[in-house]
Design a protein around this ligand. Structure first.
Ligand code: FES
Ligand SMILES: [Fe+2]
Length: 366
């Protein structure tokens, strides 16, 4: 059973942090963000700065801190440039070694040759890029994802170009964000003018699956929603046409979703403290069977812009509620939230998560 204290307590937060690091592969990027030589993506995970980069066609991941005097190598969340530190221009190669530096002779050669950035193992599920932060974790990505691997691999192939990438700060514990996306019980009330209008939330999900704390679920669309003919026609050539709202949770910190294959959301959760979590928001266009003409592309750009606006609205509607909850929990530390049948994915998540926590407690005591 989860206690409200678990959402605010520093000690609980630190225990969860070690679980996140030691037992997990994390979904950190999509290959479409790393298509060209020197494309990179960065993020900060529990204070650890990490980058992923295309080095002449090979995708690698390293600590994002220079070994000279510890400046950050890539400052931006994404971009395209060689991995050189901007303080004194030390440049790193695909093995994480120093491949270029000014006044090389002023340093002891052997020492420089030995230097290497800390590297993180990269593995792929289709076009999704996962990282293993703990080199001792003895589990392949396939084992980690279990029966979620195949549906995730399938959806990854339908992502088009990235259209947005920004971060929203939430004054909440990370678990409140997980709970919030694992049910659509709140969709008709909180998202009355956005999600519910599109026809989601009133029909119970029929298709879903679980593996450990990971899950996916498809929420069917209500029948009384009139399709927008222009949008339907413009998106008719997309490669992925699911019927409803498809949602994946990849434990511990990634969410993938799509409304009828008309674009793809990738949420990436970065806990900062017991009561602060950053949510990185990325959205990808659909992929099409054949190349679009300029005028077709203009219409798709317009549709993508309005999808980004709707996503922003939905995220802010949720943010307001979860921040309210977080502020109330301090006065109800010994209480617990109540989860009903509609919240079955949350229950599955805690079933696994609490088991892991207890296992860790056991390991600590022996
Ligand atoms: S700190 Fe990076 S080159 Fe000096
Ligand atoms: Fe929501």
């Amino acid at each position: 059973m989860i206690k409200n204290l678990d959402y605010i307590d520093e000690e609980v937060y630190l225990k969860e942090k070690s679980l996140f690091f030691n037992e997990s592969w994390i979904l950190a990027a999509h290959k479409n963000e790393l298509l060209n030589n020197n494309d990179f993506v960065t993020f900060e995970y529990y204070g650890n700065k990490i980058f992923i980069q295309n080095f002449n066609g090979t995708i690698k991941s390293f600590q994002n801190v220079c070994l000279h005097r510890f400046n950050t190598i890539h400052e931006e969340p994404y971009g395209n440039r060689v991995s050189s530190c901007l303080y004194h221009n030390w440049t790193y190669g695909k093995k994480g070694n120093v491949v270029g530096l000014m006044c090389r002779n002023s340093f002891e050669r052997d020492h420089i040759n030995e230097l290497k950035l800390k590297e993180y193992e990269v593995a792929f599920c289709g076009d999704f890029v996962f990282l293993k932060l703990n080199e001792k974790l003895d589990k392949s990505l396939q084992q980690y994802l279990g029966n979620i691997f195949t549906p995730l691999q399938e959806i990854s192939k339908h992502f088009g170009a990235k259209t947005i990438d920004y971060t929203i700060e939430h004054k909440v514990n990370w678990k409140l964000l997980v709970e919030n996306v694992l049910e659509c019980y709140h969709c008709t009330s909180v998202h009355e003018n956005s999600f519910a209008k599109m026809g989601f939330g009133s029909v119970k999900p029929e298709k879903f699956d679980f593996f450990d704390a990971h899950s996916w679920c498809e929420f069917p669309k209500g029948e009384d929603v009139k399709p927008n003919k222009i949008i339907e026609k413009s998106l008719a050539g997309r490669t992925f046409k699911t019927q409803g709202y498809l949602h994946f949770y990849l434990y511990p910190n990634a969410f993938i979703s799509s409304v009828e294959g008309k674009g793809f959301y990738f949420g990436f959760m970065l806990p900062e403290s017991p009561s602060k979590t950053n949510l990185r928001v990325r959205y990808f266009s659909s992929k099409f069977e054949k190349e679009l003409s300029e005028s077709e592309q203009n219409i798709i750009d317009f549709i993508n812009n309005s999808s980004n606006d709707s996503l922003d609205l939905v995220l802010n509607e949720d943010k307001k509620i979860v921040e309210n909850i977080q502020s109330n929990l301090v006065n109800f530390k010994d209480h617990s939230p109540i989860f009903g049948d509609e919240e079955f994915r949350i229950l599955k998540f805690y079933e696994y998560f609490n088991k892991q926590k207890n296992k860790n407690r056991y390991n600590e005591s022996i």
